[in-house]
Design a protein around this ligand. Structure first.
Ligand code: 9WO
Length: 247
């Protein structure tokens, strides 16, 4: 997959994507990231990319012309079709389901705003989709773009090692929250590892993990859990856990 990011801070995105799973995916050729700076397409000695808003008020608005020229260059760099996605608090909330759809595309173009935002006429003409990563205001769209790059990259075939894939299953598979994890030592002043995890009984361990996932989702994110559509077995697991909800 190819991702092009239009941003006044292309280094920021390259840096955030250089390490870990995303960095390795790039080395493996599974993901190619390209940063584009609208300032490089701005005219004049000052290379202005922003100006004051019509109607007054604080701050600056990103100008149409440098963005248009920049997007034209981005399109010309590769013939594959690509939606333009603008990161903003006004966008549709990002979900793992949408991440899965985006990950299947051959290419996408992420547009990062700065200042008070982008001239609405450019957004209306060029943007296919507006996405929010949460209900808070940032200083720009770059962190949102980095989130999309990360979430989409780890779903590329071959991006994760076997050990990393297992972790993904819990949220990916059924929309439940992850179960608790423990490592050495089995006994510690902060507490003991649950006996079942040390039992070697793999069926009992799988059952316990499923039960913890159900319980945590019900307790912490009831909005993610449609209890009426749970299987009989899951309903029983959840009911049992609620009687004695300690991990
Ligand atoms: C800044 C500002 C300052 C004074 C008065 C009003 C104001 N609005 C904004 C503003 O919303 N700035 C945005 C900064 C413009 C678009 C890019 N920026 C941004 C994107 N902030 N937060 C996001 C974002 C992106 C995705 N998901 C959550 C937040």
């Amino acid at each position: 997959m190819r991702i092009d990011v239009i941003t006044l801070f292309p280094d920021f995105l390259a840096q955030s994507a250089a390490l870990g799973v995303v960095g390795r995916a790039q080395e493996r050729g599974l993901m190619s990231l390209h940063g584009w700076n609208p300032r490089d397409y701005a005219e004049g000695n000052y290379r202005r990319v922003d100006d004051r808003p019509f109607g007054g008020g604080p701050g600056m608005v990103m100008l149409i012309e440098p963005l248009q020229a920049c997007l034209e260059a981005v399109r010309a760099a590769d013939p594959q079709p690509a939606p333009v996605i603008y990161l903003s608090p006004q966008g549709k909330p990002l979900t793992q389901a949408r991440v899965r759809e985006l990950a299947a595309l051959p290419r996408m173009i992420l547009l990062c705003g700065r200042y008070e935002g982008v001239d609405e006429r450019f957004l209306a003409s060029a943007v296919d989709e507006e996405i929010s990563i949460g209900d808070y205001v940032l200083s720009g769209g770059e962190l949102g773009a980095a989130v999309i790059v990360d979430a989409v990259t780890r779903l590329q075939e071959g991006a994760l090692n076997d050990a990393e894939s297992a972790v993904q299953d819990s949220f990916e598979g059924d929309g439940l929250l992850d179960c608790p994890h423990y490592s050495q030592p089995a006994s510690h002043p902060l507490g003991d590892v649950p006996d079942v995890l040390r039992s070697g009984n793999h069926a009992a361990i799988a059952r316990w993990r499923r039960q913890q996932s159900l319980l945590r989702t019900a307790q912490r994110r009831p909005d993610l859990l449609d209890e009426s559509s749970l299987s009989k077995a899951d309903k029983a697991l959840l009911a049992e856990a609620r009687k004695d909800p300690r991990p």
